[in-house]
Design a binder for this molecule. Structure first.
Ligand SMILES: *Cc1c(COP(=O)(O)O)cnc(C)c1O
Length: 408
């Protein structure tokens, strides 16, 4: 099979001017991959700067409450900046240093990938520019605040719908003129080759750890592994620990938004989602697009899942039946989040709560000697504005109004 293709999906649809840059990137990535000392350097960095290995927590109360399979939770929330995104950006940071480049750029929607990239740039001493739709800059002020304080330049993009895809176009425009000293840090397992493969490689640290941990704690392989899927990086991260175990079922949970039937969702793989094959943003996958190929507006309560495309690797694994897909609605997400907080004292991110929804549905139908792992991709306390709003908490609203008054 051609490099960078997964079945019919993937590829590298890039403009001529970027060919040399991609060749250089492929070269440094391939050499790093063949060099065991590079991986060790990465593992050491994640151990000293982030919180690796992250624990695998047995959710004893939730297990008892649901009365079925034993539930284990992989704690990616304990990473620096609060999610698995740190794994990818720090790995790419090491590659940038190997290439001798001095500047990184990235695009961000909700701002989480922007904050992670700005953190990495500060740590490595790189200049950093983050492209963000003007609409998103206005909606995500706390993340913009942190990016700027971490030393990044945040550029509001005023084109088009002034959201993620417009920011992506702008980042590519920057890269075409700056590629000699600049690396574009793509945030998930999407985009042109080698990004899907490379980001999946860095995220595989999740699955490598989880496999060892479940064997140590449960004595054998889990029966099912659940992960939420936006672009697909946290899912690919944990799934890689179990892909070669046919007895382990892998379940990807997408954003069902208001419900698949309403069309207000961000699901590409479940029956009836309406996604179709297309080439955009440098690769071929299933996109939520109009018959003319215009990208559609997506919706999710979780900003990190609100994305039109999906990893070409997951599109292929889904088509082959190796990964089963489900969708969780916004309402189900809030219920699962509540239960997890009350039963375990854990606060999953809105994104991660999607994986909890499906696991909570299925665990009671399984037997007590079976086990499942939920990948908790990030922590939810950073989502306090969205979560408090979703819970419609009156004292939170009063607090916000009072704070606003103090600034008048
Ligand atoms: C960004 C984000 C996601 C979605 O990204 P994937 O590439 O699909 O993993 C999921 N969970 C959290 C907490 C995130 O911040």
């Amino acid at each position: 099979m051609k490099k960078g293709y997964y079945g019919q999906w993937g590829g590298a649809f890039i403009p001529e001017v970027l060919q040399a840059t991609f060749e250089a990137l492929n070269k440094v990535y391939e050499s790093a991959r063949a060099d065991a000392s590079f991986w060790q350097e990465y593992v050491d960095l994640m151990g000293n700067y982030s919180c690796r290995p992250t624990p695998l927590t047995y959710a004893e109360n939730m297990t008892r409450h649901l009365g079925g399979a034993k539930i284990y939770i992989k704690r990616e929330d304990l990473n620096h900046t609060g999610a698995h995104k740190a794994n990818n950006v720090m790995g790419q940071g090491l590659l940038v240093r190997r290439m001798g480049k001095k500047r990184v750029i990235a695009e961000t929607g909700a701002g989480q990938h922007g904050v992670a990239t700005a953190t990495m740039a500060a740590r490595f001493g790189f200049a950093c520019t983050i492209y963000m739709g003007e609409e998103d800059v206005a909606r995500q002020r706390p993340n913009v605040f942190w990016m700027e304080k971490l030393g990044a330049t945040v550029v509001p993009v005023t084109d088009g719908s002034r959201t993620l895809k417009d920011a992506m176009n702008e980042a590519f425009r920057d890269w075409v003129t700056s590629m000699d000293d600049t690396h574009y840090v793509i945030g998930t397992v999407c985009g042109p080759h080698p990004f899907p493969e490379m980001v999946a490689w860095f995220q595989s640290i999740i699955g490598i750890e989880a496999r060892k941990q479940i064997l140590a704690q449960h004595g054998r392989m889990p029966d099912r592994v659940y992960a939420c899927v936006g672009g697909g990086s946290n899912a690919m991260g944990i799934f890689q620990g179990f892909l070669d175990e046919p007895g382990v079922e892998l379940i990807g949970v997408e954003a069902g938004g208001h419900g698949i039937a309403t069309g207000r969702h961000a699901s590409r793989m479940v029956e009836g989602s309406g996604a179709s094959a297309g080439v955009a943003q440098g690769y071929k996958t299933k996109f939520l697009q109009s018959p003319e190929g215009q990208m559609l507006d997506t919706h999710s309560i979780a900003a990190g899942l609100d994305y039109v495309g999906i990893s070409p690797i997951l599109a292929d694994l889904g088509e082959k039946g190796r990964v089963r897909f489900a969708a969780a609605t916004d309402r189900e997400v809030i219920e699962a989040l509540s239960l997890t907080m009350r039963k375990e004292g854990l606060i999953p991110a809105m994104e991660s709560s999607h994986a909890f929804v499906q696991a909570i549905k299925e665990a009671p139908t399984m037997s007590k000697d079976q086990a499942i792992i939920i990948n908790m991709s990030g922590r939810g306390d950073k989502d306090i504005f969205t979560i408090a709003h979703a819970f419609d908490d009156p004292s939170w609203k009063a607090f916000i109004v009072k704070r606003a008054d103090e600034y008048r």
